[in-house]
Design a binder for this molecule. Sequence first.
Ligand code: KIV
Length: 297
Amino acid sequence: MSATPRTSVPSSLEAPLPMTLPRLAEKKRLGEPIVMVTAYDYPSAQVAEEAQVDVVLVGDSGAMTVLGYPSTVPVSTDEMLMLASAVRRGLTTPLLVGDLPFGSYEASDEQAIATAQRFVKESGCDAVKLERGGTSVQRARAIVDAGIPVMGHVGLTPQTATALGGYRAQGRSADRALRVAHDALALQAAGCFAIVFEAIPAAVAEALTPRLEIPVIGIGAGSATDGQVLVFHDLLGVYDGLAPRFAKRYAEVKAQMVAGVAEYAAEVRSRAFPGPEHAYSIDEHELEQFRLVLAGS
Ligand code: KIV
């Protein structure tokens, strides 16, 4: 009796597997670069999904890119949860990480756990991210102990940029680089599954990445980290606020959007839009009846 032949699906047609923490760890072990991007709404989530990135971060950078605040500091938990819920609806495969906003986790372990739980329960996030070492190490440990995966973030931490002397690269002296190393190792020991290195010298990131067992995702930290993250609006040119030097542009979407809306405006003003192909018709007889009744009224 012959065995039933197994049908094989071409790899390009196979649905990608959902990203998990073990698969991320495996990527680091195998030296496969991890791709992370931010998203803040349903369409940007769909773009990230179709582009097959590994991790999507609902970054508090959304405070600036989509909500128009001057920094990440003012954004509230409720605002972040609304963005994260929209991203969740557009996402199936990548790991979804929600950024805990400034003031939502620092005060106590209880506050940190309660906020992290809202990101998981109300918005469907798989994990949360918090910034800094120091007291954030204990908050990370508490959230991990409550069963929620945590991503750390060291180097330039925008929520506390004022205390760092502004939006500037960190770890540029031996002392400061050791501080970054200390914070990263402490966050790893607290149970973080991955860590973001933001705006630190490439050589410092290169020395630290192999010393950490967890994946290191860099932004402005050179090419030796286990993965890279960029802000969606920076990489696509959707947002023309101040962009840091590490924010490479892969498209100029805002210019295309402005051109599209300007052409629409010109066509409305010249009455070129809408054309007959954009309008609905009515039966001639019905129209005649309508006109007669209208004229008599
Ligand atoms: O908020 C954000 O977008 C971030 C990334 C830059 C890592 O924290």
